[in-house]
Write a protein that binds this ligand. Structure first.
Ligand SMILES: [Fe+2]
Ligand SMILES: [Zn+2]
Length: 367
């Protein structure tokens, strides 16, 4: 429990100094907006109880404080109290550090990725924490000892956050289908890509369960898009900058559909950290460029980025066997497969990012 050391009023501002030496400056409008009394805040639903247009334009009448709290009496006689711990969350360094992700970049095999039996993952908080922490750290997790059926796979998918419905349905299976021209339904090798780059909301997680394979080949190949983006930033900074700004248009026109979206291949978040990779070489739409330099920068940057994810030293290749589910972060990890023979059936689904992050947040792994 932190303590308040001093409070200094300067016009519409309060400088609150804490016992650890930190000082935070609060504006009067912020303090009134964040009053936690029962008229201003619904503690049961954890929602604000008034609209921003009803936030009164008030000023400080009196300020009182002791070690364990700050009280503001406003000029409309409303009284607000704040604990030091509540106020300290809003020190901007503490606040942003609590929200920044801390991915552990990798190349090649990652032995640290969690491998947890399905019953432990589904029935215990500790098991669930290991899976979601692994997804946060590496963008990958394995759930083992699953019956090789779509129904048993669905139970695990629900525990991962629930099913994101797409044109492919909720739970889906992929197997070679003669006559279907989507590369996923053939038996050829697939290079590294993220799924649904043409969607406004791409898949959050992708879940794969090899239900059956009578043949050879068909190994899964994954790579860390954040590692590749970091290498690009170090070795080709101008390409990294281009790919964080240029909106690459993607399209999916198969079977009467018409999906289209334009977004940077490397997206940064509000802190300037890596947020998302969108990369599917095959779903790139033909693009009209404003200037020849832009066109040349596009080809140079996309190729330089793709060289890292296609470098075998950056890839992790393994054979998925019936019983083991692979879940991976489609906003970060790229995937592909080697060519194969015979009948290979992959069951799985997508999980929306907002839903798996909700699970991770509820487990207090992130803010
Ligand atoms: Fe895919
Ligand atoms: Zn209030």
């Amino acid at each position: 429990m932190r303590e308040i050391e001093s409070v200094q009023r300067k016009g519409t501002t309060l400088n609150v100094k804490f016992d650890d030496g930190e000082t935070i400056t609060f504006e009067d409008c912020w303090l009134r907006d964040n009053c936690r009394c029962s008229k201003c805040f619904n503690a049961a639903t954890k929602q604000r109880a008034f609209h921003i247009l009803d936030l009164p334009d008030v000023s400080f009448q009196e300020i009182e404080f002791n070690k364990s709290g700050l009280t503001v009496i406003w000029n409309d006689d409303h009284v607000s109290t704040y604990t030091p711990d509540f106020l300290l969350q809003f020190h901007n360094k503490i606040w942003s550090n609590s929200r920044r992700m801390a991915p552990k970049l990798w190349r090649g095999k990652v032995p640290e990725v969690a491998r947890i039996p399905a019953h432990t993952f589904i029935n215990s908080t500790d098991g669930a924490k290991l899976i979601f922490q692994s997804l946060l750290d590496y963008g990958l997790a394995f759930v083992e000892q699953v019956e090789p059926t779509l129904e048993a796979t669905e139970v695990v998918c629900k525990a991962l956050g629930g099913i994101q419905n797409t044109l492919f349905g909720g739970m889906w299976t992929i197997s070679p289908e003669p006559g279907v021209n989507d590369t996923a339904y053939m038996n050829i090798a697939l290079q590294q890509h993220t799924d649904l780059s043409s969607f406004t909301e791409p898949a959050g997680l992708q879940v794969f369960h090899c239900l059956r394979h009578d043949g050879i080949g068909g190994e899964s190949v994954v790579s860390d898009g954040f590692y590749a983006a970091n290498r690009l930033k170090e070795e080709h900074p101008e390409d990294f900058a281009f790919l964080t700004q240029y909106n690459v248009e993607a399209e999916y026109m198969f079977d009467g559909h018409s999906y289209r979206y334009a977004a940077p291949a490397i997206e940064l978040d509000r802190f300037g950290d890596l947020k998302a990779i969108r990369f599917n070489s095959f779903d790139r739409a033909p693009i009209a460029f404003d200037k020849p330099e832009e066109c040349r920068a596009y080809y140079r940057s996309m190729k330089n980025f793709a060289k890292y994810i296609e470098d075998p030293a950056c890839q992790w290749q393994f054979k998925l066997k019936p019983g083991t589910i692979l879940a991976f972060d489609n906003f970060r990890v790229l995937h592909g497969r080697t060519g194969f023979t015979g009948m290979r059936v992959i069951g799985g689904t997508y999980v929306a990012r907002t839903d798996w992050l909700d699970k991770a947040r509820s487990l207090e792994l992130i803010k």
